[in-house]
Design a protein around this ligand. Structure first.
Ligand code: GTP
Ligand code: MG
Length: 177
């Protein structure tokens, strides 16, 4: 699997980034991660139990992706993975207004682990379900800009917008210490 492991023999020096995906159950966090790590992969994903981890070599970065379950019963487990996070990706599903409204709870949950150098972005997923849209791009973008977070619209199912998001997420993210 090209790009899915480190070229151990190379003398390249890498910057390590921890990127954590959070958001309600079934908003598509694991599918999104699968699309980032193996673009074009259409294999169905399973519900995350507590946390999943994936690693990707990307340009001069080692990206450590932590994909946590949105299930409330895993809150204390999730929090162990919030330390030393470079980027939090807050995911909601555009066909679920509830998942958008719950973003504030996610912001509160990660808040005590974020500092001025932590990047937070909002990711509106499932834009392929345009007929079922319950949150407009304008509303989502406004919510993000009021909090000074970047905003992306993507489809983890088709891959639309995913590469653009990850390129922007990486640029300027702080190194994991
Ligand atoms: N149509 C559509 N379906 C999607 C998209 N992304 C994910 N799904 C589907 O949504 C369901 C949930 O996806 P997951 O990736 O498991 O969601 P999750 O956020 O990781 O869920 P938990 O691990 O339970 O917190 C699956 O049936 C996916 O196939 C998308 O962009 N479009
Ligand atoms: Mg999952």
């Amino acid at each position: 699997m090209e790009g899915n492991f480190l070229s151990l023999k190379s003398q390249k020096s890498y910057t390590s980034l921890n990127i954590v995906f959070v958001g309600d159950l079934k908003v598509g966090k694991t599918t999104l991660l699968s699309q980032i790590v193996t673009p074009g992969n259409k294999d169905p994903v399973e519900a995350t139990i507590a946390v999943d981890y994936q690693l990707k070599e990307y340009k001069s970065f080692v990206l450590n992706f932590w994909d946590v379950s949105g299930n409330p019963c895993f809150q204390s487990v999730r929090q162990q993975f919030y330390e030393k996070t470079s980027v939090f990706v807050l995911v909601f599903d555009i066909s679920s207004r509830n998942s958008f409204e719950n973003l504030n709870e996610w912001i509160e949950e990660i808040g005590k682990f974020a500092n001025l150098e932590t990047k937070i972005v909002i990711c509106a997923n499932k834009i392929d379900l345009f007929n079922a849209r319950q949150v407009s791009e304008t509303e989502g973008g406004l919510f993000a800009s009021m909090k000074e977070f970047l905003y992306f619209e993507v489809s983890a199912a088709t891959g639309q917008g995913v590469k653009e998001m990850i390129d922007k997420v990486i640029s300027g993210a702080r190194e994991t210490i």
